[in-house]
Ligand binder design. Structure first.
Ligand SMILES: NC(=O)c1ccc[n+]([C@@H]2O[C@H](COP(=O)([O-])OP(=O)(O)OC[C@H]3O[C@@H](n4cnc5c(N)ncnc54)[C@H](O)[C@@H]3O)[C@@H](O)[C@H]2O)c1
Length: 363
C-alpha cells in the first residue's frame, strides 16, 4: 500500500465538505477528485480547495480511477450505490451516517466490502467529542464497574434540517426522521461507551405531531412531513443490560441542541450533558470516595466551534487502510446501528418488541 493515499469525495454538502477538509489536513492523504451532481457547487468547491479533477457523475470519477479511498457524503438514499460501486472498484470507503436506510440495504454494502476485502467505515464523529472521550476513558479505567443501564438522547425543540434539503423529511429518501439522523449518533455513543455489547431486542415508539407545521413554513402548503419528529426506544442488550434512546427534531422543550448520555454502573455513574455542542463542564462522575457519595467534575478540553470529530474519525479510517488488515473494519459496526434503528421503526409501527434476529430473516 502506498504511503500516500489518493482520496476522493462524493457529495459536497456540509458533510462532504467536512471529509474534504479532513483529508486535506491529514499528512498522508491528497485529494485527487470530487463529485457532485450540482455543477455550481462542484465548481465552487473545486476552486476553493484547488482540487484537480471534478465530476458531476461519480461513476465517471470511479472509472477515471486515480483514487485509493472514497468518502460518501450524499443524502441517505444515495449512500448504498456509490459505496458499493467504489468498493467494487477496489477502493476503501468512509460513508456518512447512517450507513443505510434499512438493514437489508446496509447488508448489501457490508457484503460488497467483504467480497472486495476493503475497509468500509461509517462516520460516527460524535463519539470523538472531548466530553465523550473523557467518559470513555473513565469507563475503560474501571471507574463505573459494570454498566447495566445507559440513557442516550439528542433533543431539539425545533431543528428539522433546513431549506434545500427536503430529502430529510421524506421516508423514502432518508429512511426516517430524528431517530435515524440524530439517534444513530446517540446509539453509537452509548454502544461505544458500553464496550459494544451484543444487542438482543428493541421496543420503540415514534410520533409525528409537530413536524408538519415546520415543513409547511419551510417548503409551503404542498410539503408533506412523512417521518417522525420524536422517537423513543428501549433496547435490551446481553446480560440483562438495557439502553434507553430518544431523539427529536421538534418537541416542546428548551431551545437548542441538547445531547445527553447517562451511564449507571455498579461502582459509579457518569453523565455527559451538553447544550449546543459545548464540551466544557459537560461531564460529571458520581462515585463513592472514602465511603462518602461524591460528585467529580473532570476537566474536559474545549470542543471548539461547530460539530466535532470528522478529523479524528477520518484519521482512524486512514490508519485502518494503511494498516492493511481489513477483516475487522468492513462495516459490521455501522450495520449493527442501522439494524437496531430499522428494528425500532418496525417495533414502532407494529407496536411490539422486535428481536434483531427477526430482521435478519427478512433481509
Ligand atoms: N456526521 C455528521 O455530523 C453529519 C452532519 C450532517 C449530515 N450528515 C450526513 O451526511 C449526509 C449528507 O448530509 P448533508 O446535510 O450534507 O446533505 P446535503 O443535502 O446538504 O448535501 C448532499 C450533497 O450530495 C449531493 N448528491 C446528491 N445525490 C448525489 C449523488 N448520487 N452523487 C453525488 N452527489 C450527490 C447533493 O447535490 C448535495 O450537494 C447525510 O447522510 C447526513 O445524514 C452527517
Amino acid at each position: 500500500m502506498a504511503s500516500e493515499l489518493r482520496a476522493a469525495v462524493i457529495g459536497l454538502g456540509w458533510a462532504g465538505q467536512q471529509h474534504l477538509k479532513a483529508y486535506l489536513a491529514l499528512p498522508r492523504t491528497t485529494v485527487t477528485a470530487i463529485a457532485d451532481p450540482d455543477p455550481v457547487l462542484l465548481g465552487r468547491i473545486q476552486q476553493e480547495y484547488g482540487i484537480e479533477q471534478a465530476f458531476t457523475d461519480y461513476r465517471e470519477m470511479l472509472e477515471w480511477g486515480e483514487i485509493d479511498v472514497v468518502s460518501v457524503g450524499t443524502p441517505n438514499f444515495a449512500h448504498a450505490e456509490p459505496t458499493i460501486d467504489a468498493l467494487d472498484h477496489g477502493m476503501h470507503v468512509l460513508v456518512e451516517k447512517p450507513l443505510a436506510r434499512t438493514y437489508a440495504e446496509g447488508l448489501r454494502m457490508v457484503q460488497a466490502a467483504e467480497r472486495n476485502d476493503r475497509v468500509m467505515q461509517v462516520m460516527f464523529n460524535q463519539r470523538f467529542r472531548p466530553d465523550v472521550q473523557v467518559v470513555k476513558r473513565f469507563i475503560d479505567d474501571g471507574g463505573l464497574g459494570d454498566v447495566y443501564h445507559a440513557k442516550s438522547r439528542w433533543l431539539r425543540r425545533s431543528g428539522i434540517p433546513g431549506r434545500g434539503r427536503k430529502w430529510f423529511v421524506s421516508k423514502e429518501l432518508s429512511g426516517g426522521g430524528p431517530l435515524i439522523d440524530l439517534g444513530v449518533h446517540m446509539l453509537d455513543m452509548a454502544l461505544y461507551a458500553m464496550g459494544e455489547p451484543k444487542v438482543e431486542a428493541v421496543s420503540g415508539a415514534s410520533y409525528n405531531t409537530l413536524g408538519q407545521r415546520f415543513v409547511t413554513d419551510m417548503y409551503g402548503e404542498d410539503a408533506v412531513y412523512e417521518v417522525e419528529d420524536f422517537a423513543t426506544a428501549f433496547i435490551r442488550v446481553e446480560g440483562g443490560r438495557t439502553l434507553a434512546l430518544e431523539a427529536s427534531w421538534a418537541t416542546y422543550r428548551e431551545n437548542g441542541d441538547f445531547i445527553n448520555l447517562m451511564l449507571y454502573g455498579d461502582r459509579g455513574g457518569a453523565e455527559m450533558s451538553t447544550r449546543n455542542y459545548q464540551s466544557q463542564g459537560a461531564v460529571r462522575f458520581y462515585v463513592d470516595s472514602g465511603g462518602v457519595p461524591a460528585e467529580v467534575a473532570p476537566e474536559v478540553p474545549a470542543s471548539g466551534s461547530g460539530i466535532p470529530g470528522h478529523q479524528q474519525a477520518t484519521a482512524i479510517f486512514i490508519e485502518r487502510v494503511l494498516g492493511g488488515e481489513y477483516a475487522q473494519h468492513r462495516g459490521r459496526e455501522g450495520l449493527l446501528r442501522t439494524w437496531i434503528i430499522d428494528a425500532i421503526y418496525h417495533s414502532a409501527s407494529e407496536g411490539r418488541e422486535i428481536r434483531l434476529a427477526e430482521l435478519k430473516d427478512q433481509a
